[in-house]
Ligand binder design. Sequence first.
Ligand SMILES: [Zn+2]
Length: 309
Amino acid sequence: MNWDGRSGVSVRRRVCLRLADGPYLEVTGGFPVVHPPFGEILVTPVRSTERGAAKGRPGGTGPVRPTRGFPNGGCPEDDEGANRRAAGAPSEEHRAAWSHLVATARRTVADGLVVGTSGNVSLRLADTVLVTPSGVPYDRLGPDDLCAVDLDGTRLSGEAPPTSELPLHLAVYRATDARAIVHTHAVHATAVSTLVTELPPIHYQTAALGGPVRVAPYACFGSPELARATVAALRDRAACLLANHGTVALGADLDQALERTAQLEWMCRVWLAARSVPGLTPGVLGSAELAEAAERFRGYGRHPDDPAR
Ligand SMILES: [Zn+2]
């Protein structure tokens, strides 16, 4: 029986292959994880100073700083010693939050929003960010996989490298008051991201996400360019699409970020269905209708005794 009551034997394997000029390929848990169109096998050159730090050589006893594309800067096996030194014992609060985060990540798969490990989930607790690790199937995540970083990306807990989209998550947390982020490659939303620069507001649910959902211009996954484009697309919004990539939704907690992801995917599906009718064009809502809906949402769900109701 695993930590969350699921039966089965948890076997974790990591394999690192060094290529000719220094880059590594990482395969975690025996699963090279697909991250279309490139695959989520991460490749990055390893600088000699980082490898020295990872081995505990002079000049390198602190936590390894993240680098583009591979947040721990190299093969995770090389960094294991440094990771153990950097890792503190997670608090009970963090352990409980991690359990909720893992449950949320599994729901993205169960709800059809994620295939394999093609998405990622994070939660901010003060200046600590818990985030799904790279390349580990969610049904294999346990309490020992708790992955925590600070807002600069410095590893605080965990041995597996954080998601390759860590720069995006951190940039959003630095720029917004979000406390949770869900990123997926949900099929209808991803399809829409290849067609338009903004999801046409054909449903009033658009107002619940802050207005018409923007599509951030394409940039390679894991890149600082994608992180910047995402922050810009999220201005005054609770969600956005990433061109030729997927979705990002924010929340005050994990449940809200997941719910918004599901709503966005549903809205994209509705628009695709409506626009597929030959000879007809879906009608869009104007700013007045969206403002009215937004006002209604502000009162929706409040307790009857709420004086602001
Ligand atoms: Zn992605």
